[in-house]
Design a binder for this molecule. Structure first.
Ligand SMILES: [Zn+2]
Length: 170
């Protein structure tokens, strides 16, 4: 089933999804979602920690850092130690905290708490859903998911046989 929205309308809903994503405290990936029924937004959600919890969404698992200028100095040492690849490269591995709630899950929790029926709603979201969220959205009767960017895994897209899931551009 193909559901048609005018490009202008898709842009509007996606703009709201992006604004909603910006509310997330996540440093790694901010995700926003809006639920639409009959061309009106009925609820929004973004990824974050549970109500009352700290807003810290990630922990830094590892952090190593050598400035390029320092690395050059190290190489200039005549008989000195030579940096390994690990020493040269900089990385920060941000890991989501265990109780981080995905944007779509947050949307569902909010809708349940406020008696907003998501059945037959269409979702506009900044990132494709993960498999767990796609399953939850399917269970509450969401009709269509429009998204802008792919997620790191495509598990959610596998639900496209049961819900219409479509990548769109604005
Ligand atoms: Zn998810």
């Amino acid at each position: 089933m193909k559901i048609l929205y005018k490009p202008k309308r898709i842009k509007y809903f996606m703009n709201v999804a992006k604004l909603t994503a910006n509310e997330s405290y996540s440093e790694k990936l901010k995700v926003g979602v809006v639920a639409v029924r009959e061309n009106r937004i009925v609820a929004t959600g973004y990824n974050g920690t549970p109500p009352g919890a700290s807003n810290i969404c990630e922990t830094v698992a590892e952090k190593r850092y050598v400035k390029f200028s320092d690395w050059q100095k190290m190489l200039d040492l005549k008989d000195g130690w030579r940096p390994s690849l690990e020493d040269i490269f900089t990385w920060e591995r941000l890991t989501a905290v265990p109780d981080l709630i995905h944007a779509e899950h947050n949307l569902i929790l909010f809708a349940e708490a406020h008696n907003i029926d998501l059945a037959s709603c269409d979702l506009f979201q900044t990132i494709a859903p993960c498999a767990a969220c796609a399953s939850r959205l399917h269970d509450v009767g969401v009709r269509t998911i429009f998204y802008l960017e792919d997620y790191k895994n495509t598990g959610g897209i596998d639900f496209s046989e049961e819900m219409h899931i479509e990548r769109v551009t604005t």
